[in-house]
Design a protein around this ligand. Sequence first.
Ligand code: FRU
Length: 478
Amino acid sequence: MSVTNIRWYPKYHIAAPENWINDPNGFCYFKGDYHLFYQHHPYSVNWGPMHWGSIASKDLVHWKHLPIALKPDEDYDRDGCFSGCGIEKDGKLYVFYTGNMHTPETADLGFDYVQVQCFAVSEDGVNFKKYPDNAIILVPETDQVHGGDFRDPKVWKHGDKYYMVVGSRTPDKLLGQILLYESEDIIHWNFKSIMSRAEGNQGSMWECPNFANIDGKDILIFSPQDVKREINNYMNVYQSGYFIGKLDYDTGIYTHGEFALLDYGSDFYAPQITQIPDGRTVMVAWLDMWASPMPEQADGWAGMMTLPRELHVKDGKVYSTPIKELESLRISETSYEDKIFYEPTKFEGVSGDIGELIVNIDLKATEEFEIDLRSSADEKTVLTYNAALQLFKINRDKSGEGGKGERECSILPADKMKLHIFMDRSSIEIFINDGEKVMSARIYPRDNSRDIVFIPTSGTFKIDSLKFYTLGEGIPQP
Ligand code: FRU
């Protein structure tokens, strides 16, 4: 089905030209282009046998669609080319992915699918040849690893060797875990260790692992399924987060701290990172969530990606900020300084369905505030902050169609708050205090809900500075 209505189709976020997408895959820099692939079902607006859709960019901002890179056309990937990564070696692009097979013959073992790791190679980043001896890694037969769930390889180089992490779980399906592999030549792999395993409420299956050294720390990123809700935490069906730690490459043992989320909104999953030539670590995630309604399916498409975000480790946490290249999307700027007001206020030139808003708020004078985005008489997406409770919230009860409810995160005490907000036709991403916390959400308002209203909920709202930018096109419009 092709796109029939662009009311919610992104202007500058990655989405498929039509039909279904989920996880980002194969994110890498190769021969002068950034490549991103994605889980794609090209024949409907629903998940189905997975292909790898393909898109590329010179600057991580302006993207062009490329032909589908991988199709499930071999016996070992007959039921889907599942998620994986991309890495350059000797002038060629290697993509590693999971071949998914339905296997009714294993049903009496408690699972009717088997997953194997495979790769394909490209000279140009567009056309891929699957390795003739796929699959290269089968699920290890031990009493420590579930025989079915074994997916989402991510490969990196360390010293002279290649390493791979793969998502997995224990055979009793109770604990998620990550398996570590090692290779001299990127083709032949040896199982090294169970690098990390859930402890307590950390999920029963760990999907989409990523690993990188960021600012001197070994960061393991993964997407755990079935983490149980803890009061107002872990409210999404699945989570995505990280550990900060240290990998001993000799033993394969990874020591780490607490699990923390990478994003506190309702729609963020399966992030993938890549380290680009200038040394930055850049992350893209699926700006959606399994089991959430996707009203855009009525318009012939489903799913989109977050903006690329740069990751840093600061004060024992991972911070994520929008990459600086996004400034090239800016068209016009409206700016205000030193505004103090006591009533709900709109600023001339600060409104729209697409835009970038940067607000610096004086929290000494502003104890509590509300900002309504995509607002009209009967719709609004509501952001609130209470400085005494240090709680930032987003509420989608009146956001239009799609998911409802509230998400929250706590903010470190400070005298100032910086909000950096990106709105596209059906998404918002809120970067709080230069990436201390991030909240991403899909919203489906009517096209004419475009006001931005600043509301002092405890008497006074003091804004040190405010900038609003209209933004240009980043991806081809259908
Ligand atoms: C995560 C995931 C991956 C899998 C892919 C299938 O969203 O479940 O584990 O490879 O989606 O589309």
